[in-house]
Every structure is written in structure tokens, then in C-alpha cells.
Design a protein around this ligand. Structure first.
Ligand SMILES: C[C@](O)(CO)[C@H](O)COP(=O)(O)OP(=O)(O)OC[C@H]1O[C@@H](n2ccc(N)nc2=O)[C@H](O)[C@@H]1O
Ligand SMILES: Nc1ncnc2c1ncn2[C@@H]1O[C@H](COP(=O)(O)OP(=O)(O)OP(=O)(O)O)[C@@H](O)[C@H]1O
Length: 300
């Protein structure tokens, strides 16, 4: 086999409860991840060296060298296998870059799956999960897909049963936000307001809404502790979130570290209407619809 292509989804965080800052610079989380139908595609082709080419959504903002998370993933996998394998990775991006939808993590997960297959390593998911956790806090979920609760820094995962399908609208922003900067701003705001930081807890009503497939309740339970920080860093997001509510979204929140905003709709048709209204309102660079949960990386 000379070439393997893997399709991998973006994520939105349905609950992101951020605990106190740890000594290692990370925060303990309760992170309810949900994979949605916006996909990057990573093609791994046998080659002697390691190289990457990126095309599509904001490709010019993605590193074309060893800083690319997908190349880091391939190198980590080769290191784990104890061999100096080579690969060329071609990434077709649709997931917004630095948008809070874990695009880089998705590409890293896809590269792990593709290279595991291309190099005939046959490593089980557990091994790939360990390598993933070293690459970034979001990478283990990107390997898993579906809907799952992440604890620790988000890398310890418990899959959740979800009834049915939820329909989403995503408002994409101009330019990204750095994840580290948003967490630092969250700490700064907490210090400035003297907020007592509680140990993060999963919200039972949110988990019940997922189990029951109840979009109305899920909409009211969406929470992101990073949202005030993202809105502080990018004031225009307040207007985008308001517009979603005004146009009938069941719930709205900043996705992860932002600046993408997510809106929950009643149905696929409602998502289409909401997307059209948000486009007309001019509150986003682009507006797209998607559904979730969807499975993790799939070899196509
Ligand atoms: C915001 C989220 O996307 C929500 O899923 C994640 O928590 C971020 O995951 P990620 O992009 O994979 O982040 P990493 O590459 O692991 O970490 C980038 C930076 O984010 C901050 N970070 C990340 C995860 C975490 N639990 N606490 C943190 O404080 C740290 O400053 C870290 O240096
Ligand atoms: N394959 C990749 N795709 C996108 N960005 C990458 C990739 N590899 C490295 N990067 C770098 O990582 C940064 C963050 O990109 P990414 O799209 O993963 O952000 P994000 O979606 O906000 O992440 P998260 O939701 O996990 O916090 C980018 O600014 C880019 O420089």
C-alpha cells in the first residue's frame, strides 16, 4: 500500500469547566467533547523523508514544516515504533484554523491512524491514545470521536451514549485565538474578580439531555468557562452570540478557546434558516451548518 487517506472531524465543547491552574501550567477540566461533521482529510504517502503540504481553509496559516502537528504525530509514532519511517502528508483543511475546533489535533489524530496503517504497524487504539496525549490535550478525543467527557487536562476520556443527532450552526471569525492566551486571560479575569475557582464537575442535566437526545434542554445547559476570556480578547464575539439568540438558537457558546461560535438548532431545517439569518446579520466571516455526534477518524 502506497497511500492512505483518513477523514477526521472537528469538535465543539458542550461543557468546558476549567478548574484551578496546575503547577505544570495546565488546568484540570471537565470537558464534554462532541465531534461534528466538519472534516479535514489527511493523505499519507510513502516517502523517504517527512514532509507536509496543506490546502484549503486558511492553509497559509498552517505550518508547512515540522511545527505541523500532523508531522509531530508521524514523528512520535515512528519514535514509538523505534524505526526511522518516512511519509508525505497532504492535508485538505476544512476545519477553521486556530478556531477552537481542534483542527490541528484532528490532523494529528488522522496522521496517527494513517501512518499506523501505511507503515503496517497494527498498533491498538490504546497505544495511539498514549502518543496522542503527549501531542496535545485535545488529540486523544480527536482519535475517539463521538461524544465523550474528558478529565485531567482533557486527555482522560469516558465515551458518552447520545440519543439521536444534534444540528449546529458555526459562525467562523476572521483570524484565530491562541489557546494558551485564552487560558491565561481566563486566569487573569479570575484573579482580577477574586472568583473562587471550584473543582470542575460534569453538569448532570447536560449529560441527561445528551442521553435523551433533548436539544431544548441541551441548549440551555451549554457552558464554556473560557467564554468570558475569549469575548474579552475578541469583543465582537458578544455581538455574534447575541445574534444567534435573537435568531432563535436553542443555545449558543464560544467553541473551546474560540473564536468560532456554536449555535444549537432544533432540526436540520432550522439550522439552515439560522445560518441564513446569521449570514444576513453580517456577524461572521462565514457561517456553516454541521451535525453531531459523528465518528472519529475513518480510513476512506
Ligand atoms: C480549549 C480546548 O480546545 C478545549 O477542548 C483544550 O483545552 C485545548 O487543548 P489543546 O489545544 O490540545 O491544548 P494543548 O496543546 O494541550 O495546550 C496548549 C496550552 O493551553 C493551555 N491548556 C491546555 C489544556 C488544559 N487542560 N489547560 C491549559 O491550561 C496551556 O497553556 C497549554 O500550554
Ligand atoms: N495541522 C494543523 N492544522 C492547523 N493548525 C496547526 C496544524 N499544525 C500546527 N498548527 C498550529 O496550531 C495552531 C492552532 O491551530 P488549531 O487549528 O489546532 O487551533 P484550535 O482549533 O484553536 O485548537 P484547540 O481547539 O485544540 O485549542 C495554529 O495557529 C497553527 O499555527
Amino acid at each position: 500500500m502506497n497511500s492512505v487517506t483518513v477523514r477526521v472531524p472537528a469538535k465543539v465543547n458542550l461543557q468546558l469547566a476549567v478548574g484551578p491552574l496546575r503547577d505544570d501550567g495546565y488546568h484540570d477540566l471537565v470537558n464534554v467533547f462532541h465531534a461534528v461533521s466538519i472534516f479535514d482529510e489527511v493523505t499519507a504517502t510513502a516517502e523517504t523523508g517527512m514532509s507536509v503540504r496543506v490546502e484549503g481553509e486558511s492553509a497559509d496559516q498552517v505550518p508547512g514544516d515540522r511545527d505541523n502537528l500532523a508531522i509531530k504525530a508521524a514523528l512520535a509514532l515512528a519514535g514509538h515504533a523505534g524505526r526511522s519511517y518516512g511519509v508525505h502528508l497532504f492535508i485538505r483543511k476544512s476545519i477553521p484554523v486556530a478556531g477552537g475546533m481542534a483542527g490541528g489535533s484532528a490532523d494529528a489524530a488522522a496522521a496517527l491512524v494513517a501512518c499506523n496503517e501505511l507503515w503496517g504497524l497494527g498498533l491498538p487504539l490504546e497505544d495511539l491514545m498514549e502518543i496522542a496525549a503527549d501531542l496535545g490535550s485535545d488529540v486523544p478525543f480527536a482519535l475517539l470521536g463521538g461524544t465523550a467527557v474528558g478529565t485531567g487536562r482533557g486527555e482522560r476520556l469516558t465515551p458518552l451514549d447520545v440519543a439521536g443527532t444534534f444540528h449546529w450552526v458555526f459562525a467562523l471569525a476572521d483570524g484565530g485565538l491562541s489557546t494558551a492566551t485564552v487560558y491565561a486571560e481566563c486566569d487573569r479575569l479570575r484573579q482580577a474578580t477574586g472568583e473562587r475557582v471550584a473543582w470542575p464537575q460534569a453538569a448532570e442535566p447536560l449529560l441527561a439531555a445528551l442521553r435523551e437526545g433533548n436539544a431544548e434542554i441541551l441548549g440551555t445547559e451549554l457552558r464554556n468557562d473560557l467564554q468570558p476570556a475569549a469575548v474579552m480578547l475578541r469583543g465582537s464575539l458578544a455581538r455574534t452570540l447575541d445574534a444567534g439568540r435573537e435568531h432563535g438558537a436553542l443555545g449558543s457558546l464560544v467553541s473551546g478557546s474560540g473564536p468560532t461560535c456554536a449555535f444549537l438548532a432544533r432540526s436540520e431545517a432550522h439550522a439552515g434558516e439560522l445560518a441564513a439569518s446569521l449570514k444576513d446579520a453580517g456577524v461572521a466571516r462565514d457561517v456553516i451548518t454541521a451535525h453531531g455526534p459523528v465518528p472519529g477518524p475513518v480510513i476512506v
